[in-house]
Design a protein around this ligand. Structure first.
Ligand SMILES: [Cu+2]
Length: 269
């Protein structure tokens, strides 16, 4: 009996060890290119490790059972096995363990979403859009209200079947490509011209729906120079799959060059 328990503990330890090792050493996600990315990836890592423990544990249990409880040559009958009914201890255990796991994941997800700015009070903003009625902006906001005014780069996003357009109010021009300087907070106000779209940049780990009649905001700070895809993540029509744009994160000076090339008015940034 002691021997059996010893092997059981050994196998469970190995399953945990392997899962943690894979969880911390195998990276399935694209580059981390915004300040949101490392926060999000923390949660992903935990979910990945829990998934691995369950997957590897179950696989071992199934393979073990296949051999241990297989039908022997001298066994006859329909193979239904012993008539067993009810095991209160087992039922309590397999109810409590998943409940604890789900509860922890739920609380931890809430914490992550809060750190990403999802729980911040929604802005009531009048500065950017020329709407006459007061609109409530919904969405992820990492900036407090007084932060928005200061050094942020403001961009207005219009989504339509099947394109994104980026309006730079300071420069009075519209671009099909989103250019942003690295390490500076970008505040986007997004409106849809027709149906529901979603603005998704996998490398930034952010996604926000763009909803007709309900403008949304999305704030982020890119941390890595490069070109990343913007993907519409809401099935919005027959060419939804082609609704893509690019975000170009560049050094401040390169961004200024690009901005000045496009701008119609001479303004200092
Ligand atoms: Cu779309």
């Amino acid at each position: 009996m002691l021997n059996k328990n010893f092997y059981l503990i050994l196998i469970i330890s190995a399953v945990f060890g392997i899962s943690f090792w894979i969880g911390f050493n195998v990276n399935l996600l694209p580059a981390e290119a915004s300040i949101n990315a490392p926060i999000y990836d923390e949660l992903f890592k935990i979910l990945f490790i829990i998934g691995l423990i369950i997957f590897i544990g179950m696989t071992i249990a199934v393979i073990y059972s296949l051999f241990k409880f297989r039908k022997r040559k001298d066994q006859y009958g329909d193979g239904d096995g012993i008539a067993l009914e009810g095991n209160l201890t087992l039922e309590i255990v397999w109810t409590i363990i998943p409940s604890i796991i789900v509860l922890i994941i739920g609380l931890y997800s809430y914490n992550i979403y809060d750190r990403m700015g999802g729980m911040k009070e929604l802005n009531h903003s009048h500065e950017m859009m020329t709407s006459n009625t007061e609109k409530i902006w919904a969405g992820i906001s990492q900036a407090s209200n007084n932060e928005v005014a200061s050094n942020n780069l403001s961009v207005e996003v219009s989504a339509m079947q099947f394109a994104f357009l980026f309006n730079y109010p300071k420069g009075e021009f519209i671009s099909g490509e989103l250019h942003v300087p690295v390490d500076r907070k970008v505040s986007m106000k997004m409106e849809s011209k027709d149906v529901i779209h979603a603005f998704w940049v996998p490398e930034f780990r952010i996604k926000q729906d763009i909803i007709p009649g309900q403008p949304t905001i999305l704030n982020f700070t890119p941390t890595k120079v490069g070109k990343y895809p913007i993907i519409c993540a809401e099935l919005c029509g027959p060419y939804h799959g082609g609704m893509r744009a690019s975000i170009i994160v560049e050094e401040e000076s390169d961004y200024k060059d690009w901005f000045n090339k496009n701008t119609k008015t001479e303004v200092s940034l």
